[in-house]
Design a protein around this ligand. Sequence first.
Ligand code: SAH
Ligand code: SF4
Length: 352
Amino acid sequence: MTSLLALGPDALADFVVERGGQRFHAKALRRNVVARGVLDYEAMTDLPASLRARLAEDLPIFAGRLDAVSEARDGTRKLLLSFPRGRSAEDRLAVETVHIPPHKPLDGDGDPRGATLCVSSQAGCPVGCPFCASGLLGLERNLEHHEILEQFLRGRDLGALRRVVVMGIGEPLLNLENLERALDAVRDEMGLGARKITVSTVGFPGRLRRLAESSPRFQLAISLHTPFQEERDHLVPAMAGVPVEDVLAAGDHWFETTGREVTYEYVLLGGVNDTPRHAEALTDRLRGRRCGVNLIPYNPTPELPYARPTSGDPEAFQEFLRGRGVVATIRWSRGLDGAAACGQLRLDAAGR
Ligand code: SAH
Ligand code: SF4
């Protein structure tokens, strides 16, 4: 069975006409769902009741199913969605989306700044970073454009969005066509522009250079994780053999072409890449470049042999960089008690 979000404008209009509606009803349907966030046919009172009743039977709004929601004490909610893998409705792929409310909710009607939403671009991930739960099972398949858009819509349904990060499961640059189609809808129909959307990637230089030339619809974050070539070849296996310097040069080109600075993400793995030697070499690589570093203390995953840095290490690492003129922030993870470490909920669901 298809879904409303999966149908392009013409196909949706055909579908509506076959069920006794007018072609222009298709536009109203899409506007209700994507622009206005009305996710229930009953509530679409600008459409004839008979058409709404037919559609409620024949056309689910989303292709995905919401299988579980886990909520952490700080209000972070993780949605476990599943999509059909093939033809059988029971054979399904799990994907996660995380809704992170602002740090300090205001008294009263909630915070006007809105939440951050983290969406996934693929089911599983082909890159295979040894510290990441998403890579453990490899790639299952690319998400379709409407499956990516569905995450934005379900996320917004939990509360207004201030910012979106494509930092969930998967490597966005390996599913670029679907991602861009989804982001077009996010910008043009949901009204969230490029400055509010950050895409995180391991940074394929050729793709980044091409993208930078095409007025990209997002801000860029590149997962660097180490200044050392050999270590990066190990920590980011799909990038093995790609010189770290080429990745940084693609980041420079991105800034020169788009005018937007790149953020380098650096997962701090205790005792692995958080030593003073790393801080020094990273500084040498980045000093003088227009960019920032986002340090991410590792969220331990039970199956994997990596640890959080010891308390105080992230700050010391940050101070070292800052002291030498490299802009650095720390991203403390949210919602740990809700199993919100990257990829974990999906592994639980897969019975691992
Ligand atoms: N595949 C893309 C985007 C998804 S991962 C990428 O790797 O950039 C988003 C970020 O989360 C990456 O920087 C990744 O290295 C980091 N990450 C993955 N597993 C993590 C964990 N267990 N704890 C902390 N950060 C993690
Ligand atoms: Fe894939 Fe990113 Fe996880 Fe690496 S860190 S396996 S690229 S999702």
